[in-house]
Design a protein around this ligand. Structure first.
Ligand code: NDP
Length: 254
């Protein structure tokens, strides 16, 4: 029995063209999965696809703008058509927009909720019949430490990431009968474009992360590979509805 074998399995990763999404795509590719890299930036995607192919994986770029429900549905349909099946979906695409709560335009609030939360639901809905047809599936939704904690300067982001956890629990309960496991991953502070931008704006962020994280360092995208391999493979067949921190211990400190 090989618990960690994804040969013949097809995975979509939204935002798989860089950062955490690419780290998770590599984790699945390393145990045999075929990968759909989904995102907007085609140059970044070409580089990501090449990295995955260099590992020996089948990989393809399918463009998506996850803020558009139809684009999400088209992504799922095109992926299933390309590979003939769909087994794994990682809802990872996300943005942040930091300011004081009273300063947001409603359009800014909606943009964060659309990209971080509503898109994940649209992709899950579209993926469901394909996973039913495959006899089961794995959905991994990317939350955040802000799924757990409040953020005074990041209220829509935290609301979207809190929503990810509750959505995950509901889908897990609903689709367990279809052998579909739905889990969330809550990354701590991972060194990516998103947090490099934050570090430029927040001068004390780096020191705070290093001081507050028991592991004493930022995560890198390779730190996200193992959890993807676990939650996408049969090793996690009785794990569903959970939200697993991958954070160097950040969440255990009060
Ligand atoms: P990146 O900025 O590197 O990645 C974000 C990804 O989302 C990009 O690949 C981007 O693709 C994609 N994306 C954004 N908007 C859209 C859109 N409208 N349509 C399609 N794709 C889109 O950041 P991270 O890797 O850090 O973030 C990935 C996820 O992890 C996010 O959900 C983030 O909230 C979460 N996270 C990150 C943490 C960290 O410390 N880095 C901590 C906790 C959670 P493109 O470039 O093509 O637009």
């Amino acid at each position: 029995m090989n618990l960690f074998d994804l040969k013949g399995r097809v995975a979509i990763v939204t935002g798989g063209n860089g950062g955490i999404g690419l780290g998770m795509a590599k984790g699945m590719a390393s145990i045999g999965a075929s990968i759909v890299v989904a995102g907007r930036n085609a140059d970044k995607a070409a580089d990501a696809v090449k990295q995955l192919q260099d590992m020996g994986a089948e990989a393809v770029f399918i463009p998506v703008d996850v803020s558009d429900d139809k684009s999400c549905a088209d992504l799922i349909a095109a992926s299933a058509a390309h590979f003939g099946r769909l087994d794994i979906l990682i809802n990872n695409a996300g943005i942040n927009n930091r300011k004081q709560p009273h300063e947001y335009e409603m359009a800014e609030w909606r943009e964060v909720l659309d990209i971080n939360l509503n898109s994940a639901f649209a992709c899950c809905q579209a993926a469901y019949p394909h996973m039913q047809e495959a006899g089961g599936g794995k959905i991994i939704n990317i939350g955040s430490m802000y799924s757990l904690f409040g953020g005074a300067f990041t209220v829509p982001y935290a609301a979207s990431k809190g929503g990810i956890v509750q959505m995950t629990k509901g889908l897990a309960a609903a689709w367990a009968k279809d052998n579909i496991q739905v889990n969330a991953v809550l990354p701590g502070w991972i060194d990516t474009e998103l947090t490099q931008n934050a570090r430029r704006v927040l001068s004390d962020l780096n020191d705070n992360v290093l001081r507050r994280t028991p592991a004493g360092r930022w995560g890198d995208i390779e730190d996200m590979a193992g959890i993807a391999a676990f939650l996408a493979s049969s090793a996690s067949d009785f794990v569903t509805g959970t939200a697993i921190p991958v954070d160097g211990g950040y969440a255990v400190l009060g």
